[in-house]
Design a protein around this ligand. Structure first.
Ligand code: PEP
Length: 248
């Protein structure tokens, strides 16, 4: 039985006061939920948020990390530092990181290994561009991203990973994949996991959808058979809408 996971990706938004206020507003509203609730916040908010989410069912995630434990990497944050704060999850390979910060399938794979080593659960993002979809390449692109991201990850650890299928054309654009389109690709991702790790593990791993999920469309997306939750960008910034999504 897979427990759905709804993770907010705040991207580069919110001050400390705004973040703490957000948790105050949602914590009682989400405490009865059956889904796992995660807020993936900018680095500056993680420590105050750790305090704010104490005694709640809200977990904390970062949005990126380096794969090395320490060193001369100006501006970077290591998995050891994230674990020091008590972070549970880290988004890895978000399309904005791939597009603007030159992340590749190879660096994604290094980060996945580093996160697992430090008991941080990776939320690994994959997804195709509009051009790739129109050329009928979605399945090939996404399967390839999955194989490369998971290369060398043993079966004993793979279920710690959450996969987020995020078609790039649906992120921040207001365009959502139809629930059927999202479910179809997520089914293909599960088939890839089956090829790599076998039937049992493929039914355990959680695969989210991300791309313009809102309060108004969360239920139909989450009701799809293979979709185990959502990675939510813009709509996770508003407390009332995030609550609506969690309580779909
Ligand atoms: C995201 O950034 O992961 C995302 C899905 O954004 P949005 O919900 O705003 O499309």
């Amino acid at each position: 039985m897979r427990i759905p996971i709804i993770a907010g990706n705040w991207k580069m938004h919110k001050t400390i006061d705004e973040a703490v206020q957000f948790v105050k507003e949602i914590k009682d509203e989400v405490k009865g939920t059956d889904v796992e609730v995660v807020i993936c916040a900018p680095f500056t908010l993680l420590l105050p948020l750790k305090e704010a989410v104490k005694d709640t069912n809200i977990k904390l995630g970062a949005q990126n990390m380096h794969w090395e434990e320490q060193g001369a990497f100006t501006g970077e944050i290591s998995p050891v530092m994230l674990k020091d704060i008590g972070v549970d999850y880290c988004i890895i390979g978000h399309s904005e990181r791939r597009q603007y910060f030159h992340e590749t399938d190879e660096t994604v794979n290094k980060k996945v290994h580093a996160a697992l080593k430090h008991n941080i659960k990776p939320i690994v993002c994959v997804g195709e561009t509009l051009e790739e979809r129109e050329q009928g390449k979605t399945e090939e692109i996404v399967k390839n991203q999955i194989r490369k991201a998971l290369a060398g990850v043993p079966g004993a650890e793979v279920t710690q990973i959450v996969i987020a299928y995020e078609p790039i054309w649906a992120i921040g654009t207001g365009k959502t994949a139809t629930p059927e389109q999202a479910n179809e690709v997520i089914y293909q991702i599960r088939e890839t996991i089956k090829e790599l790790y076998g039937e049992d593990l493929c039914t355990e791993i959680r695969i989210q959808y991300g791309g313009s999920v809102k309060g108004s469309n969360a239920e139909e997306i989450m009701n799809q058979e293979d979709i185990d939750g959502a990675l939510v960008g813009g709509a996770s910034l508003k407390a009332d809408e995030f609550v609506q999504i969690v309580n779909f």
